[in-house]
Design a protein around this ligand. Structure first.
Ligand code: PLP
Length: 370
């Protein structure tokens, strides 16, 4: 007899489960086939799907359709923005940015965050005055803690110092619906798989007047108005737009309630909540267990049937000390935290299971660490 143990994955910030509507949209587009650049009827049908997806995303995130550039994902969208908008001078970036930004800038000048993980606006103002950057890169929501930066205030400072602002909205989009206008951003990066769309597609949204022209990273055949060469994956674009529409209808308050329930239980079990006190994404919880390494917690939780992450799992699968939590001044806790991020499909039973697994893990390992 095979006994199947229950396993729950709460790792939405790594990737959300594919939404069924998005899957249907991709399959329907696949059935059409064709290359959106072909002049014949098959090409025109593919192009129609691509342009419908573009228009839908433009409407949801406040861009004009001709300023939505499809890319392979969030990493490429950030790299394209930095390459295109940050070439003429220094680039400033928040200390807790994702590597998609930090590694795309040859010599990023980093701006500190406070103990909650929120950007230090006075330090940003001073850095803008001292370095006169061409571009500032700031994420809307941090992938490890869910902490939100006050982007409208960041944008006002950028404008005052004549710098452009690129917002990495990869984790926020789909949980929140920022627009280029509400953010005051010149560009914004999106990634479909972070809101229940397919992997392998994202977009860079541009503010028309301040973000043109945009030199391509890959010139190729001149697709995307010469801003990103390569045959467009219109099937994935359709899945991306469909997922965004479905995400728009989701109840984020219910997800926040479940996140809070897990967080309260983790606190009771001895955890410290990182980023508590800041505005945060509704689905994200980052909790540190003093004296117990992140990797040890991840393994114990995996055995207990709970799949979660630590901030910065590198490609080797090992967990490095989190640069985000270190920048928040959390000292040793930066190597002792895990991230629990609830997917759109979360329910009460999944969270109860996660609480049980966390309690067991904390009791066993915290006792050993003491
Ligand atoms: N930016 C942030 C904040 C992220 O969390 C991620 C992925 O985790 C990325 C960018 C990269 O996105 P993608 O996986 O689509 O390349």
């Amino acid at each position: 007899m095979t006994v199947t143990r229950k396993f729950v994955t709460l790792d939405a910030n790594a990737t959300e489960p594919l939404r069924p509507e998005a899957r249907e949209a991709v399959l329907a587009a696949w059935a059409i086939g064709g290359n959106p650049s072909s002049v014949h009827g098959g090409g025109r049908r593919a192009r129609a799907v691509l342009e419908t997806a573009r228009t839908e995303l433009a409407t949801l995130f406040g861009a004009t359709p001709d300023n939505v550039v499809f890319t392979s994902g969030g990493t490429e969208a950030c790299a394209l923005a930095i390459h295109g908008l940050g070439r003429a001078g220094p680039v400033l970036a928040g200390a807790t940015e994702h590597d998609a930004v930090l590694r795309a800038v040859p010599q990023p000048l980093t701006v500190p965050v406070d103990g909650r993980g929120v950007i230090d606006l006075a330090a940003l103002d001073a850095a803008l005055a001292a370095h006169r950057p061409t571009l500032v890169c700031m994420m809307l929501a941090n992938n490890e803690t869910g902490v939100l930066h006050p982007i409208a205030e960041v944008a006002a400072l950028c404008r005052a110092h004549d710098a452009r602002l690129h917002v990495d909205a990869v984790q926020a989009a789909g949980r929140l619906f920022p627009t280029l206008d509400t953010l005051g951003a010149d560009s914004m990066a999106l990634s479909a798989h972070k809101f229940g769309g397919p992997k392998g597609i994202g977009a860079l949204l541009l503010r028309g007047d301040r973000a043109r022209p945009l030199p391509p990273l890959v010139a190729g055949g001149g697709q995307e108005q010469g801003r990103r060469g390569g045959t467009q994956a219109f099937e994935l674009a359709s899945g991306m737009a469909t997922a965004a529409r479905a995400a728009r209808a989701a109840d984020q308050t219910a997800i926040a309630r479940l996140r809070d329930r897990f967080e309260d239980a983790a606190r009771d079990a001895g955890a410290v909540v990182c980023g508590a006190g800041a505005d945060r994404l509704p689905n994200t919880c980052c909790v540190a267990l003093p004296g117990v390494a992140s990797q040890t917690q991840l393994i114990a939780l995996d055995i207990a049937g709970l799949g979660v992450s630590a901030g910065s799992a590198c490609s080797s699968g090992k967990v490095a000390r989190s640069h985000v939590l270190a920048a928040m001044g959390l000292g040793a806790l930066a190597g002792e935290a895990i991230r629990v991020s609830l997917p759109w499909s979360v329910d009460d039973a999944m969270v109860e299971h996660a609480i049980g697994a966390y309690r067991t893990m904390a009791q066993r390992l915290a006792r050993r660490a003491a």
